[in-house]
Design a protein around this ligand. Structure first.
Ligand code: PLP
Length: 392
């Protein structure tokens, strides 16, 4: 991903910053759309993965819809130019003002997460003189086989409506003229790499689809959520996920009745590989047992390692500038940030070329859940970012 020219350009910039490869982003989106179009599948982009201005603009221009998890994300999507009839709104705790804002924009669907929320949306829509289109987010009790902190589809998780509450949901919907049931929604977790998980999800969706059909509800939309994982260990070998196989699985295993539409909510898979966090070595600490590289980027720029023990590939960019002969040996470093927390660590015992103050380091696959989670903790600088078309 990084040739000599790019690295030379990085040398001139103040670090740390997020680097976005907009060409790779475009190629990823194009590939996802091509594969989804084969089956007329609809894609919504999960804004929470990355709402950087230009990243969002490129995705919006591609014609993809938006998947929002807050009222401000709904407003941001509308502002960016996403068509409201392609915006879905999920989240376990939608506040009244967020619901009202979404009603005013006549969004495509509320993904409703509880019976009580259904009543609140019904009430608010009635007051606003609107009909809210709702999809029921069902918790299918499917194990996403991912990290427990990013699993969402198990009975023990806070998300979604439990299957024994579905009759009650139908009662509520019948009671409100201001509610229109348009479909079902599922989202089992994030960074799912075992595609069998999606086969299991299809089997569950088919059961629920039948359940509703038997009760006279021919639903227009089956929204199967997102969660498709990316390759964190080999970002260059595997820069675009296998969308072909992913959509094939749904085509093969998901039963559609009549004109039923299938919707997806992809976040990470669309944006993760196009981002890298570029940082410089501030200090090298050599201990007896441990060697530390202290970077100028920390958990305030990239929280995933501290938050869910996430792995990111760490690459020594300055060494790439040198020829093989002039490189020194390698050292196992604990690569850490400057923040006053022991969890502020990007990787332990990472084998890297012997490093010195000022060397450039790339932390890869940070286009998703990177910049968006940045914080001001320790009164850190405002986050910086650089786009590929600005430097080459
Ligand atoms: C976060 C989220 C997504 C996107 O998840 P990815 O793992 O980034 O694809 C989709 N749908 C809902 C409801 C979400 O909360």
């Amino acid at each position: 991903m990084f040739n000599r020219d790019i690295i030379a350009a990085f040398e001139q910039k103040e670090t740390p910053f997020f680097y976005y490869d907009l060409q790779l982003l475009q190629a990823t989106i194009d590939n996802a759309l091509t594969e989804a179009d084969k089956y007329k599948f609809h894609i919504h982009y999960a804004l929470k993965a990355n709402f950087n201005e230009r990243v969002l603009q490129i995705i919006q221009e591609s014609g993809i819809g938006a998947d929002c998890v807050s009222g401000n994300e709904v407003l941001k999507a509308v502002e960016t130019g996403f068509s409201p009839d392609k915006i879905v709104f999920a989240g376990v705790g939608k506040a009244d003002k967020e619901i009202i804002a979404a009603l005013h924009h006549d969004i495509f669907a509320f993904n409703v997460e509880s019976v009580q929320e259904l009543c609140v949306i019904g009430d608010l829509a009635k007051k606003e003189g609107k009909v809210a289109k709702v999809a029921l987010r069902i918790n299918p009790n499917v194990d996403a086989k991912t990290h427990k902190y990013i699993t969402t589809g198990l009975d023990e998780n806070k998300f979604g409506i439990k299957t024994w509450e579905l009759n009650e949901c139908l009662d509520v919907i019948r009671n409100f003229d201001s509610l229109e049931l348009i479909g079902l929604h599922f989202h089992v977790g994030s960074q799912v790499v075992d595609l069998n998980v999606f086969k299991s999800l299809c089997v569950k969706v088919n059961e629920f689809n039948n359940w509703f059909d038997e009760r006279g509800y021919r639903l227009k939309v089956l929204n199967v959520g997102g969660g498709l994982g990316v390759n964190y260990t080999d970002p260059d070998g595997d820069p675009i996920v296998d969308f072909k196989r992913y959509f094939e699985i749904f085509d093969q295993f998901l039963e559609r009745k009549g004109e039923q539409e299938v919707h997806f909510e992809l976040g990470r898979a669309l944006v993760a590989q196009s981002g890298s966090l570029i940082s410089k070595v501030l200090y090298v600490k050599n201990g007896i047992k441990k060697h530390f590289l202290i970077l100028d980027a920390g958990m305030t720029e990239l929280m995933r390692p501290a938050l869910y023990q996430a792995y990111h590939k760490i690459e020594h960019l300055s060494a790439k500038q040198l020829s093989e002969e002039t490189r020194d040996g390698s050292v196992n470093y604990d690569v850490v940030g400057p923040i006053c927390e022991s969890t502020d660590c990007f990787g332990k015992e990472v084998e890297l070329p012997e490093s010195k103050r000022g060397d450039l380091i790339a932390i890869r696959t940070t286009g998703a859940y990177g910049e968006v989670m940045a914080s001001k903790y320790n009164l850190r600088d405002e986050i910086r970012y650089v786009y590929s078309d600005e430097i080459v």
